[in-house]
Design a protein around this ligand. Sequence first.
Ligand SMILES: CSCCC(=O)C(=O)COP(=O)(O)O
Ligand SMILES: [Zn+2]
Length: 204
Amino acid sequence: MHTQAAKHALIEAGAWVAQQGWVPATGGNFSIKTDSGFVVTASGFDKGKLTPEQFLELDATGTIVAGNGKPSAETALHLTLYQLCADAGCILHTHSVAATVLSRFIQGEQFQISGYEMQKSLSGIQSHEETLSIAIFDNDQDINRLARRVAQHHQTTPIKYGVLIRGHGLYAVGQTVQETRRHIEGLEFLFACELERIKLEGRQ
Ligand SMILES: CSCCC(=O)C(=O)COP(=O)(O)O
Ligand SMILES: [Zn+2]
């Protein structure tokens, strides 16, 4: 995708994500792959009210080639996910209450669910009987170290749809901005269902 079109698609995605309440208080960051690398949000801005000046352009190695200010503090995770997932074209990172709470409540390293029709909102899932797994990584203020753990995990269990960072949020991945938005919306629906179920049943 061309750089200017990528910025506009991310501005629109940011407004939508903010409307859902999934990027409070400057949380979250977004990127889209371009012909020469990727475009990522600058650090510290309200992701629901982005302007074209609040993006940086990086090459495929993560070197800044255009733009002002600091790239997202979590740029290394975007870069690593693009390097790992050849099909990834857009990454949207959100801080929803459901993703934050559920990733803390689940003690294991995977969020696993089955039985929900809405699993089919994720590309490639054909039935509610399939098991959907999203890896959960412990949060780390050292983003390079966190990115290395994600890369290591991907060697044995390829990442599909995204990853959860415990007590932090969701990194959703898709081939296009439309697909990534659908993955976020589908996953958030499933997170909300699981939280409700846990509250009712009182167990995992
Ligand atoms: C206030 S949110 C803490 C940082 C964070 O997790 C995030 O997603 C936003 O960081 P950025 O540098 O991309 O603005
Ligand atoms: Zn974050």
